[in-house]
Design a protein. Sequence first.
Length: 135
Amino acid sequence: MNISQIEHIGVAVENLQESIKYYEEVLGLKCYAVEEVVDQKVKTAFFLVGATKIELLESTSPDGPIGKFIAKKGPGIHHIAFAVNNASEALKLAEERGITLIDKESRKGAEGLDIGFLHPKSIGGVLTELCSTKK
């Protein structure tokens, strides 16, 4: 699978602008990008902390994955993402190793990354994202 680093930690928030304000004004971080990922029904904001990013996720629809997550569990840490060489290959390898996949193939995510998710029920309750810059 060849994980090189934690790519980002995803945090589900109810209000992106209020959350950006906290990260900037209280923590002193700088939001470097805000992006909407229409097919995932989410608006994102990114902060760089060393080599790792924090991704804030605000649902654009109550029936989107983040909207459902917040309705069920409230705001908070949503997922951890690992950088891999090839997200599609890493998904196949995880499945071969007995992990249940949410995504059988990688898809486009925020920042143009290829992404795919592993089901949290098969890996100790932690939603895990695999990210790569190329397929």
